[in-house]
Design a protein around this ligand. Sequence first.
Ligand SMILES: [Zn+2]
Length: 368
Amino acid sequence: MTTLINEKQILADFEYLHPRGETAFNEVNTTNYLAKRLDEMGVSYERFDDFTGLIATIGSGTPIIGLRSDIDALKQEYQGKTQVLHSCGHDSHMSMVLAVASYYATNPEKVPGTLKIIFQPAEETVTGAERVIKSGKLGKLDYLYGLHVCAKNEVPDKHAEPIIPDIATRTYWVTITGKTAHAGRPELGANVIDGFSTLNEKFKQIKLDTKLPYSVTTTMIQAGESSNIVPDKGTFAVDLRARTNDMMDELQAQAFQAMKDVSVNGINVILNGNDLSPAAIPSEPAINNMKQAITQVLGEDGLVEPAPTQGGDDFHFYAYDGVAKESTMLGLGCDLTPGLHVPGMTFDHTAMFDGAKILINVIQMTEK
Ligand SMILES: [Zn+2]
């Protein structure tokens, strides 16, 4: 399979986007640039009514194949000032996906059905995918592909993995209430710190019958304002991590039970909210397509076993929420150092040429 991409254009898109990072849901200039580039290609697209990003469409009929690029950047301290930086490489994702759009704009007959390109905002806050889904503008997808550049120690340059095995992460934001009293008469009150201590011990005792990694960790706690008063209100956050979504469901059930168990003798544990990032849901057909596409571009040696990661990506919401039947993310090696989210992160820009070709190929070989 030969694929024609405009390498100079990929670098030009990257060079435009790289210094102009915008944070979650503030990607106004970024969205306008993407729209301008799609206009130049003659590709039709739809913006969202009340947030940034857009969905471009090429071709018609089935299968309906999605390709998703995240578009946001991170606010960070760097070189003595606060800046919005593309330290997660979403600028490279957009540049590659624009090259895919350009290829299929020129060769629409090569799309096996409909190609929907999702330029998704707010990946870093794990909120963009759900907004896209709830907007109703995407509809159902037979396949969805995504991509992320990978750190050098996970995937080497000129290599790629056919799935990024992201874990499930969940944060609970919790309030704990009790009854205040003088510190000298604690028996007249219900001390939220005592309640929390008991609860934290219960969190530590949570066990799953698996050899796969998981964790339950209290990461924030605030209670008490005075050294001689029994505190009656506190807040805390608990971070849950699990390799699979089923394991996360089990962890969550045990955490809920623990919170219920300590809600006695004047102590009340109230869940204020939670943030979820689902684990990757492995799809054999999507992974097989991605493996083939990687092999076509990088050779047999270029295909690597998925590297264990403690990362998360809201890409997995599309499968988790039932929008995408089959899905996977390309993990692209590109000599990326020192790591994602590190200001000053650099990578081999020519890897974007391979990444774009792999994505072009994977779309072309996708059957219903
Ligand atoms: Zn990212």
